[in-house]
Design a protein around this ligand. Structure first.
Ligand code: BGO
Length: 271
């Protein structure tokens, strides 16, 4: 049986470069079923039993673009054995938005912190150990363009896949949201796989239409869900999707303060 590893990340984070580095000439390119979004798969060099799938570049796992829908359907329905989440180290804050969502999927995740050659050149410092500990998954520094770290990330992903240990996201939303997510998880008991509990709870709290169509709660459960969501919306005076988005950004801002030291730029000797 082959091991399935997915590469996921924002557009331009270096996914194609890493995919080429990991698979060499053993690639096949087609389309995702039913849509004209390119699907690339290949065997990991030196591991004929490991298949790497390159997911479309995305900023979020929301249901608004074809690429996002293709990616999340694959991650939930096909469930790779591990995900390598490529994160552009020169654009860390923006890239971590997707990371916080990927970590909720209940799948083993390794972060490949890419473009580290450029980060080093800029003089910025990222505390990789702290970042990994705060996120709840291992972080490997990579420079895909220079072939550095890609294979290490893949080998770590294989080990995680073999252990089948999903990353445990450390991020918690505020108390009202966490209580709502727990109540939604209770509604979903027996309906969604245990490992996907948090992902579905967050998506249902956001009233994600695609997930609601898939889950098909009965009317009583739907009414309960609506009561749970609207009571948090009233308490926090915002709509549920914005509440989740804003809390993710607040969390990432704090994470950046803890883990990143930016080189001051434009300074002169007299500063
Ligand atoms: C161009 N380090 C550096 N320095 N660059 C990298 C790294 C890295 O670790 N990884 C990738 N890149 P994609 P997506 C380019 O194409 O793999 C570069 O969208 C150019 N092209 O070489 O395509 C990579 O698949 C002209 O750069 O990303 C590529 O995720 C001038 O990041 C870009 C400068 O990588 C995006 C760069 C004609």
């Amino acid at each position: 049986m082959s091991i399935k590893i997915a590469l996921a990340g924002n557009p331009n984070c270096g996914k194609t470069t890493m995919f080429n580095d990991l698979t060499g000439s053993s690639q096949y390119v087609g389309n995702w079923p039913g849509v004209t979004v390119e699907k690339k798969e290949g065997k990991l060099k030196g591991h004929k039993d490991v298949v790497i799938t390159d997911l479309p570049g995305i900023y979020s796992l929301s249901p608004y673009t074809l690429e996002e829908v293709v990616s999340r359907n694959y991650l939930i329905n096909e469930r790779p054995d591990a995900i390598i989440n490529l994160v552009d180290g020169t654009n860390l804050e923006r890239n971590l938005y997707l990371t916080t969502q990927i970590l909720e999927l209940g799948i083993p995740v390794i972060i490949a912190l890419n473009m580290m050659d450029l980060v080093e050149k800029s003089g910025d410092k990222i505390d990789v150990k702290k970042l990994g500990a705060a996120l709840g998954c291992e972080v490997v520094e990579t420079s895909a363009l220079k072939g550095k770290g890609s294979m290490e990330a893949a080998e770590k992903a294989i080990r995680l896949a073999a252990a089948n240990k999903a990353s445990a996201p450390r991020h918690e939303f505020g108390k009202p949201v966490e209580e709502a997510l727990q109540a939604i998880a209770d509604l979903n008991e027996g309906i969604v796989k245990q490992e996907h509990t948090r992902w579905y709870a967050v998506k249902m709290f956001e009233r994600d239409e695609k997930v609601m169509e898939e889950i098909r709660l009965d009317q009583t459960a739907q009414d309960k869900l609506e009561t749970i969501i609207s009571s948090v919306e009233q308490e926090l005076n915002d709509d549920s999707e914005s509440i989740i988005t804003n809390e993710r950004y607040d969390y990432i801002t704090n994470l950046m303060k803890k883990c990143v030291h930016k080189q001051r730029r434009g300074m002169t000797a007299s500063d």
